[in-house]
Write a protein that binds this ligand. Sequence first.
Ligand code: DGJ
Length: 554
Amino acid sequence: MHGFSRAALAAMIWTLVSAQVAAAPAAELPRLVERDGRHALLVDGAPFLVLGGQAHNSSNYPAALPKVWAALEDAHANTLAIPVAWEQVEPEEGSFDFAYVDTLVAQARTHGKRLVLLWFGTWKNTGPAYTPEWVKFDNRRFPRMLDADGKPSYCLSPFGEATLAADRKAFVALMRHIRNIDAARRTVIMVQVENEVGTYGLVRDHGARAEAAFRQPVPKAVLARQSGPAGRPAQGSWSEVYGDYAGQYFHSWAIASYIEEIAKAGRAVYDLPMFVNNALREPGQTGQPATVWKADFASGGPTWDVLGIYKAAAPHIDFAAPDIYMPESSKVSAVLAGFQRSDNPLLVAEMGNAAGYARYVWQIVGKGALGVVPFGIDYASYSNYPLGSKYTDRRMVEPFGQVYKLLAPMSRLWARWAFEGRTHGVAEGDDRAPQTVAMDGWQATVTFREFQFGEREYLRDKNEYAEGTEQPGGGVAIAQIGPDEFVLAGQRARVKLAPGTGKPSMYARVEEGRFDAAGKWIMERNWNGDQTDYGLNLPAEPTVLKVKMRTYEY
Ligand code: DGJ
């Protein structure tokens, strides 16, 4: 035996242990970065691609989680988006219960998933259903909006001072709790503040405080970001500047300002990236004036036409994200274009989980989005058909699982390429027509419904199509990783690459393989002969190719 006393030994052990603790620094705080109008979400200090899944609304209880994790695993998702409801964390005013959050975070770690927490507070799909009972039924203290005749709406007023104070207090308690349990691990990477805000059926609040605010001059910050219709004064009251749009713009400002107070207070205790999600209005052409609100969407929500107001009023909200439940390919493209701006990173916060949506993942990741989150990746016995899939089992998850399985190992690489502006993506359109992608010095032509061998004109029956292509299901994401080098990931598509110069070119290599978790390319075989004579025919099963092109002179 050596001669150390118990106390000395204990002191030595303590020194060793604390040195170890000190040597393991907390992981970096997740944050958003911007360069040349492109964006990345940094998680543990490096770009991260959210290959997400959202749980059903009522799966925010420990007993519901096993069915969520099972679906997430089958989907090969790296991130779970899931509600934390005000009603569950503060059932009695002032007494907080974060047991569910603790279970959720612990289980996310076991499953190797990150979390995006959705704060269901004052507004969930515009309504107060997720507020605690002591809020929901006390309309004197927590007023609802009033119409022009003084008749109450279902929707809580953004001018309710007590409502804001109470929601903010609960949200701050949540953020403090997350910081306490997660600052060393960063399992929680983003927080959505409220859910699909706005109001159906009423363009703005007419309560006394709202009326007084409506008569005030439009704040300078709003004027700087949101111009009014042509021919109207550049400043003045909401009605003067925005005319027929005044009600919607004012309500957007009121809700965004309310959310700002909550986000700002939450970030003061734990500075995670925060965003809002949008129940879409019909997409329009970015930059052109929208039509006036005709009770055809939730007024006051962060629709594409009022993003400037949200930027002005809610600087602590990093971006507004679309919830895509419009299956038409032309609308999806318009929505993505409307929400991807140099001042607004693109995250598809929700998307239908019906099979037809899976092909949009190629387009979304190709566009350099922060990520995509199909809704209802959850084996709870519940389907939101016709918005999403009829199925609640593997048949629902599979189309997304196939795509994520391929992308997951290369997701860190992909996020870096996207941030560098190297990526492009297309999804098969409802018209099944060819699409072209302009890249640096090269062009890709993507066609669909092809057989793998030969050209369409070789077919006796020109209307004969490859099996399994009855519904649009193709897509490809392309990263240009060098001047003449590409990574193609996709399915059910034929890709032909041609140089912009018009010079003759050939494939130097067409390697099929995969990236391992460390980002190293593992080549499995080289495509040649029939496999390249008619373009690069990506089969139904998602496939990754690493392609090297060369031009030559005669
Ligand atoms: C969009 C909402 O944000 C979700 O919480 C959910 O209600 C879906 N709509 C419909 O399932």
